[in-house]
Design a protein around this ligand. Structure first.
Ligand SMILES: *[C@@H]1O[C@H](CO)[C@@H](O)[C@H](O)[C@H]1NC(C)=O
Ligand SMILES: *[C@@H]1O[C@H](CO)[C@@H](O)[C@H](O)[C@H]1NC(C)=O
Ligand SMILES: *[C@@H]1O[C@H](CO)[C@@H](O)[C@H](O)[C@H]1NC(C)=O
Length: 388
């Protein structure tokens, strides 16, 4: 009687287990299928739009390249364009993992030891952060995995307390296969976001646990050994950027400098006081008797960055006509020549000396010369600005 009772119990138990596994299997198939389904769906919509664009193309008879680069962008509805494509790929790779590897001498023993728990690697350093590699040999139940090996990357979030920020990392998981002599690889196209409160990301359903108990699959070899690996590539955000401010953003774009007793100026060059425009400091530099090819025949005029900054500048330099406002004006446009003794932006032959002597031109009045700069736009590289 007692044995019979026991038998019946076992039967109920196995029926229950069977049903449970069926449920888990279906649930997991749905989970896995979902990203692919999304991908297919998006492809289909794109294809549909391509047909619409095709007729548009014929109607307007635009050349294909031109059409692809400009019209197609506007033809795709905004919402679709920004839809995220998170593609998943599993593939075989010959090259070993770059970040970290764990070899278990016996997968079966690991399974016995940690049961439904996990093994956590010792910390390793990637991209300025400490990471650990987590392996659940029989699945992470919290993530709905059972009977699967689950793999996770975890960032040491203690360092993110003092400097709370998002760390984006591309993660790949590997397991070595002796039969193919390659690494079975799981990777996604999107980098994953780690932060203080979400320090962990991984794949619950990496491989069925059962493949690690069958030597013919190649995942265990030389007895019961197996090797798991991980690649972590921390995406760095840019450190330097370029800001281009336009005229409308520039305060005090015009600076005028009057040089008196012009005829008695004997020094090679004269530099103005520095003035501020658009958050940068500048000076004007005049060579009354010319510089370089202008020497002896022209006045040379330059705009310089007071702090010797390397920047892109677009500005108008002028020698003012003090009678009829018929100014001598020249445009400078480009990156500074940042060599030590550079003259910045300007012209060796800005205005002929003969024109300065010609009183009718109004450039020198009461023995005074007026030079002017109007800064239209400039950009500079800056590593101190924060982005967000
Ligand atoms: C990584 O771990 C080591 C050893 O525990 C520690 O000395 C180091 O400061 C850690 N680095 C970071 C960036 O957390
Ligand atoms: C680090 O992440 C874990 C897991 O989410 C969390 O429990 C813990 O509070 C985090 N640490 C800090 C210092 O916030
Ligand atoms: C920079 O200055 C040097 C020396 O004056 C000159 O040879 C060179 O052509 C200049 N480069 C530019 C881009 O102006």
């Amino acid at each position: 009687m007692i044995t019979e009772e026991k038998k019946r119990n076992t039967n109920y138990g196995s029926v229950f287990l069977f049903c449970f596994f069926c449920f888990v299997f279906v649930a997991e198939v749905v989970r896995f299928a979902k990203p692919y389904y999304n991908l297919i769906e998006t492809d289909a919509t794109l294809a549909e739009e391509a047909v619409v664009e095709g007729s548009y193309y014929v109607k307007n008879s635009v050349s294909p390249c031109h059409f692809m680069s400009s019209s197609s962008v506007s033809a795709v509805p905004k919402k679709k364009q920004h839809e995220k494509l998170s593609a998943v790929a599993t593939l075989w790779r010959e090259r070993p993992p770059t970040s970290y590897c764990i070899k278990f001498e016996s997968f079966a023993t690991l399974l016995k030891l940690v049961k439904d728990g996990k093994y956590e690697s010792r910390p390793f350093s990637i991209g300025g952060y400490n990471w650990t590699f987590l392996i659940y040999p029989n699945g992470n139940k919290m993530d709905g995995a059972n009977g699967y090996v689950s793999l996770y990357a975890r960032i040491d979030n203690s360092t993110l307390i003092s400097d709370p920020k998002d760390v984006y990392a591309e993660i790949k998981f590997f397991v070595y296969n002796r039969v193919y002599d390659k690494y079975y690889t799981y990777q996604e196209t999107e980098a994953r976001r780690f932060h203080l409160f979400k320090p962990e990301w991984g794949v619950p359903l990496f491989q069925p646990t059962s493949v690690f108990s069958t030597p013919t699959t190649g995942y265990i070899f030389d007895g019961e050994q197996c090797v798991f690996g991980i690649d972590i590539f921390v995406a760095q955000t840019f450190k330097e950027w370029e800001v281009f401010s336009f005229k409308e953003n520039i305060k005090d774009p015009i600076f005028t400098w009057k040089l008196t007793h012009f005829s008695t100026l004997f020094t090679n060059s004269y530099t103005s006081d520095s003035f501020s425009s658009g958050g940068s400091n500048w000076v004007l530099k005049v060579y009354p008797n010319g510089d370089g090819y202008g020497k002896g025949n022209s006045l040379s005029l330059y705009l310089l960055s007071a702090s010797n900054e390397k920047a892109y500048v677009r500005a108008k330099l002028r020698v003012l006509d003090q009678i009829r406002s018929n100014h001598v004006e020249k445009l400078v446009d480009g990156w500074a020549n940042a060599t030590e003794n550079s003259n910045g932006w300007g012209y060796e032959k800005f205005v002929p000396l003969a024109d300065l002597k010609d009183a009718s031109k109004g450039l020198v009045v009461d023995d005074a010369l007026k030079v002017e700069v109007e800064i239209i736009g400039f950009s500079k590289t800056d590593s101190t600005l924060s982005v967000f």
